[in-house]
Design a protein around this ligand. Structure first.
Ligand code: DQA
Length: 141
């Protein structure tokens, strides 16, 4: 089983960016921890990140070659129809992930334009949100 983890806009700033909301670990540390978890499950995992909407769209297209996608689109979650259309243009199941509980935060974060085309949504468990998504995809196979 092959999983692609896509992190979107501003997630390269984890560790520096609002640690009280997103935790103190960098994206590299989060990815390393998730890699260990994937190894235990016998799952092959790859990681990409971009701040550019079009690049994220291309990463999603490349997700056709994987068995599952874990996507934290960052703020694009709330308004990118291009990312939504990219997800719905491929068959690969995609899990929407957020470190923070977006529903507890500002109202503009309550709406996701991508949830309806994702297999499921996991939000609010910090770094563990990614690992819960990995288990959800691994269990599905
Ligand atoms: C986020 C939540 C988004 O609202 C925000 O814009 C982010 C991070 C999260 O992981 O909690 O950049 O996706």
């Amino acid at each position: 089983m092959k999983i692609l983890v896509i992190n979107g806009v501003n997630l390269d700033m984890l560790g520096i960016r609002e640690p009280q909301i997103y935790g103190g670990n960098s994206l590299d540390e989060i990815n390393k921890n998730l890699s260990k978890e994937a190894e235990k499950l016998g799952v092959s995992i790859e990681f990409v990140q971009s701040n550019i909407e079009g690049e994220i769209v291309e990463f999603i297209h490349s997700g056709r070659l994987y068995d599952g996608i874990i996507l934290n689109a960052g703020a694009y979650t709330h308004y990118s129809i291009a990312i939504r259309d990219a997800i719905s243009s491929i068959e690969t199941p995609c899990v929407e992930v957020h470190l923070s509980n977006v529903h507890k935060r500002e109202e503009f974060r309550h709406n996701s334009v991508i949830s309806a085309v994702c297999m499921g949504v996991i939000a609010g468990f910090g770094e563990k949100s990614y690992s819960l998504a990995l288990h959800a995809l691994a269990d599905k196979k």
